[in-house]
Design a protein around this ligand. Sequence first.
Ligand code: NAP
Length: 262
Amino acid sequence: MGDRYALIGNPVAHSQSPRIHAEFARATSQPLEYGLIEAPLDGFAAAVEHFRAAGGKGLNVTLPFKQEAFALCRHVSERARVAQAVNTLVLETGSGDNTDGVGLARDLAQNLKVEFTTVLLLGAGGAAQGVVGALLEAGAERVVIANRTVSKASALAARFPGASACAYDALPGEAFDLVINATSAGLSDQAPPLPPGLLRSGMLAYDMVYGRETPFLAAAKRAGARTCDGLGMLVEQAAESFFLWRGVRPQTRPVLEKLRGA
Ligand code: NAP
């Protein structure tokens, strides 16, 4: 039996992470196993401690626990501190990191080869928190954050020079290079309420949800935009977590191609 890792969240049942880490482990000959832990909404810290006490080495954290994971860590990386959200726990050291931002940036630059200066980011939850800094570092001159609960978008934007917040019904009519849906609306077949005409050709519409055509992606496609789901980000953030745990950087392209082909 290899070292034990897992994804912890609620829900987790349909995650592709175990498959991705199994592919990385096989390709790099690392002896590890990677499972799923569905923690009760009021039992995150207890579930982490139970896994650690049983010998677990590391965890990926997904919704809705990324902010709670941040609060739980003894040490956090600079990018997790900036995000105030943690998606990777190294249990031996009690440290936390956030690989969502670098995962998205690598997917955009290396897999999709997209260039952008103006970005509209939809959502202000754990996923959105993790990517604002990385988008600005990757060349965005302006990141507008829109969220159903506007106060959360305002609080997030206030932490980054270059970011601003907006209500959905007050979005500017400008043509963004990139619109990223970092809401969980697609999981329940809903879309953020964008004004008509905002999605258009010449932009990339990116949904962090993966494995389905969300109403957001369907609307973007109808408007003539280039579209992409979040599978590339998932594989890239997983590779960075794998590197943090094992000190070995797996290749992502073969795994992404395999998952896309499946
Ligand atoms: P979260 O912390 O629970 O935040 C959810 C966000 O979605 C909030 O901003 C919420 O708005 C918004 N929202 C939910 N339902 C909505 C609706 N019907 N209309 C408009 N906005 C809605 O979740 P998260 O951790 O940020 O994750 C968000 C999504 O990204 C999830 O679907 C997750 O699976 C995905 N994700 C993918 C990757 C990847 O690697 N591909 C990585 C991270 C996350 P309020 O604040 O108003 O409630």
